[in-house]
Design a protein around this ligand. Structure first.
Ligand SMILES: Cc1cc2nc3c(=O)[nH]c(=O)nc-3n(C[C@H](O)[C@H](O)[C@H](O)COP(=O)(O)OP(=O)(O)OC[C@H]3O[C@@H](n4cnc5c(N)ncnc54)[C@H](O)[C@@H]3O)c2cc1C
Length: 380
């Protein structure tokens, strides 16, 4: 067992940390306030080679691994969790749908390389108004018509939806088989009938753009169906296992970002004639949070390492997602409290981090669904 990061991993961490500090931190409060996503910053992340990190060069990736990718999402999310999820959706959910699919390598390269280089974004269209935790309840349909499929339906809560050049859309090719009749299609922005619906006004991750995506008689070439008919549900579940590593990294980054702010505050703020940290109550609180963060971190690194070494990672990814995102919610809530009145003010960052933390417990399988996955394996 080796708990040391390699030189390559440390270099990725440093690159992402420097980018987050120098480029993301200035303006993060203002971007949150405006609810605006910066494509310029996203392009820069691509230029640094972060988006394609875990995928092979033959499809336009960097030839690295998932641990490196998780480290990068963690660093980005310490400062800007909206950018963290926009990144993670491109890499884990859109990228994962393509990489885990049966598409030939030329097709993978065609629909991936511009996303992995940060030229444009990808998104993942699984959830529907009546198919959330029960993702197999999708009713979007894809009907064969000559050498195309015609897609009709409505996807909701689509992260990057309004901005994405490519979307992995899950639709029923054999509706009578329900979830066993689900397949996956790559749909390009601008395809007639494929439009952006309601853009959501959210509590947190306010810069990430999340919307409905409407499909009205959208004609997609049959070659853009990247699964065999009926293999879509399996593809979505496998892809979400990888996605949970990304969300866990986002949660861990949020927790660490808030922890560092609280630590500095407790050192500099004085009340009753001494720095706040000299109150054992607050020092012990920080000790508890440090232990919570560290245990969540090792679970995340284990999940990423399981994936990189070809082991099954469904369980470790579910555990990492649960622990890291609960740590995010707990640490940010305590950080706001420890900063007192200042914690409630935008310029101290922790209120934003608390709002951003909440969604990590909900998306890519709520934390109740993670317990279903873990308990299901215990009693199988
Ligand atoms: C900001 C945001 C971004 C998102 N991005 C994407 C995206 O890019 N692509 C995409 O496809 N989806 C996306 N989603 C959808 C997200 O994954 C779902 O919202 C999530 O899986 C929960 O589904 P739901 O909202 O329908 O809640 P529901 O499934 O209705 O659940 C409601 C509550 O019931 C609980 N619950 C449900 N079933 C059970 C059960 N069997 N046992 C115990 N408790 C249960 C849930 O845990 C939850 O607390 C996003 C959502 C949000 C809010």
């Amino acid at each position: 067992m080796n708990f040391e990061l390699s030189k390559e991993h440390l270099a990725i961490q440093e690159t992402a940390r420097t980018f987050a500090t120098n480029e993301l931190l200035p303006g993060v409060v203002e971007r949150d306030e405006a609810g605006e996503f910066s494509m310029d910053l996203f392009h820069k992340m691509g230029d640094l080679g972060l988006i394609g990190l875990p995928y092979p060069e033959e499809v336009g990736g960097q030839g690295g691994d998932y641990l490196g990718y998780a480290l990068a999402v963690e660093e980005i999310s310490k400062v800007d969790a909206s950018m963290g999820i926009a990144y993670s959706v491109c890499t884990s959910l859109y990228g994962g749908s393509i990489m885990n699919s049966a598409a030939p390598v030329e097709k993978k390269r065609e629909v991936l390389q511009d996303v992995l280089s940060g030229k444009c974004m990808g998104s993942f269209g699984l959830t529907e108004p009546n198919a959330g935790s029960d993702a197999g309840g999708c009713i979007t349909v894809a009907e064969k018509d000559g050498d195309s499929y015609i897609l009709n339906g409505l996807k909701c809560f689509n992260t990057n939806g309004p901005l994405a050049e490519y979307t992995a859309v899950y639709a029923l090719t054999e509706p009578e088989k329900k979830s066993k009749g689900l397949s996956c299609f790559v749909v390009k922005k601008g395809t007639p009938g494929f439009t952006v619906g309601k853009v959501e006004n959210k509590m947190g991750i306010r810069c990430a753009q999340v919307s409905e995506m409407i499909l009205e008689n959208v004609r997609v070439p049959a070659e853009n169906m990247i699964t065999a008919s009926g293999d879509g549900f399996k593809l979505a579940m496998k892809t979400l296992d990888g996605g949970r590593i990304g969300v866990a990294a986002q949660g861990l980054g949020i927790a660490e970002g808030a922890f560092e702010i609280a630590k500095e505050y407790l050192k500099t703020r004085e009340q009753f004639g001494k720095p706040l940290y000299k109150n054992q109550y607050l020092a012990f609180k920080m000790a508890e949070l440090a232990m919570e963060i560290e245990s969540a971190k090792w679970m995340l690194y284990k999940a990423a390492t399981d994936k990189d070494s070809g082991k099954s990672y469904t369980q470790s990814a579910a555990k990492a997602k649960y622990l890291c995102t609960n740590a995010a919610m707990h640490v940010t809530t305590e950080a706001v409290q420890m900063l007192g009145g200042n914690g409630y003010m935008k310029e101290y960052h922790v209120e934003r981090m608390m709002r951003d933390a909440k969604i990590t417990q909900i998306y890519e399988g709520t934390n109740e669904i993670q317990k279903l996955i873990v308990s299901g394996a215990l009693f199988r």
